[in-house]
Write a protein that binds this ligand. Structure first.
Ligand SMILES: C[S@@+](CC[C@H](N)C(=O)[O-])C[C@H]1O[C@@H](n2cnc3c(N)ncnc32)[C@H](O)[C@@H]1O
Length: 262
């Protein structure tokens, strides 16, 4: 039986949000997404643990930020709701914490609305990070952007190709952040497993979200002059693990870090 898609959702082309949902064991994906995701996994089976570790990194990062007193979060490239979403972790620490979620895939809004319908401290917006004015205008509806906030860009910037000048875009966001704000990001690299990461990136070419691998140096440049908090930019499982993590993570070619604006 053909799968029923919500109105306005195109199921003819795979999208990164729905493929990521599939890696994480979610049900908000369609045949086209599962087929594309299986092609990625055939080239690089480690993509599934990378997705899981990335999600854990994001959750530890948000907990860390909440413990630093951060109460405002702008999460760009949210993905589909799963367990331990940003607002749940932030509000566990401070029930008044506010979160604006931004994603350019309309499926995110469809599912997030259902999850968040009763929560006035959380908003979900369909917008593209390549339009910072639109994103920031939408965020200003709930967050006070004149006070420090955390900008989250987990596993999203590799979906911005070089021709869209991702470093200039992130610099625009960094400029807007008040002093004392944080930037959390993660990004895939081709540095440690060039063959399988290139195979995975090639498998994304025919999806709605082609992926670009970047060197660890290029990923570090997204932080500009922000001070990286310990342990710096590292494979995501090594970022402040809850339990001592083994130190060999070549297979996890997703790097993550958190920087603070001076
Ligand atoms: C791999 S998911 C990451 C989800 C979540 N941030 C995490 O780390 O668990 C990447 C998300 O970025 C979104 N995305 C890709 N390009 C985008 C863009 N230009 N603007 C906004 N969102 C984008 C995709 O739709 C997808 O939901």
């Amino acid at each position: 039986m053909p799968e029923q898609a919500p109105p306005g959702i195109d199921t003819s082309v795979a999208t990164a949000a729905r493929m990521y949902d599939y890696y994480l064991g979610g049900k908000d994906n369609f045949a086209v997404d599962r087929e594309a995701a299986e092609r990625v996994l055939a080239a690089a089976p480690e993509v599934r643990p990378i997705a899981v570790e990335n999600r854990r990194f994001l959750q530890r990062g948000v907990r860390y930020l909440a413990e630093q007193g951060v109460t405002q979060f702008l999460d760009i490239g949210t993905g589909l709701p799963t367990q331990g979403n940003v607002h749940q972790i932030a509000q566990e620490h401070d029930p008044t914490a506010r979160v604006v979620y931004v994603d350019n895939d309309p499926i995110v809004l469809v599912h997030a609305r259902a999850l968040l319908s009763t929560d006035s401290a959380t908003r979900v917006v369909t917008a593209d990070l390549r339009d910072p004015d639109e994103v920031l205008d939408a965020a200003a509806g709930l967050l006070d952007l004149s006070r420090p906030f955390a900008l989250l860009m987990a596993a999203v910037l590799h979906f911005v190709p070089d021709e869209d000048r991702p470093h200039e875009l992130v610099a625009r966001y960094r400029d807007v952040l008040p002093s004392g704000s944080h930037l959390l990001l993660s990004h895939v690299t081709g540095d440690t497993r060039p063959q399988s990461s290139a195979g995975a990136a090639a498998a994304y070419r025919n999806t709605r979200n082609p992926a670009t691998l970047r060197t660890v140096e290029q990923i570090a440049a997204f932080f500009g002059d922000f001070a990286l908090v310990e342990p710096g930019l590292v494979p995501v499982p090594e970022w402040r693990p809850d339990t001592p993590a083994p130190s060999e993570h070549e297979n996890i070619w997703m790097y993550g870090g958190v920087g603070r604006k001076p």
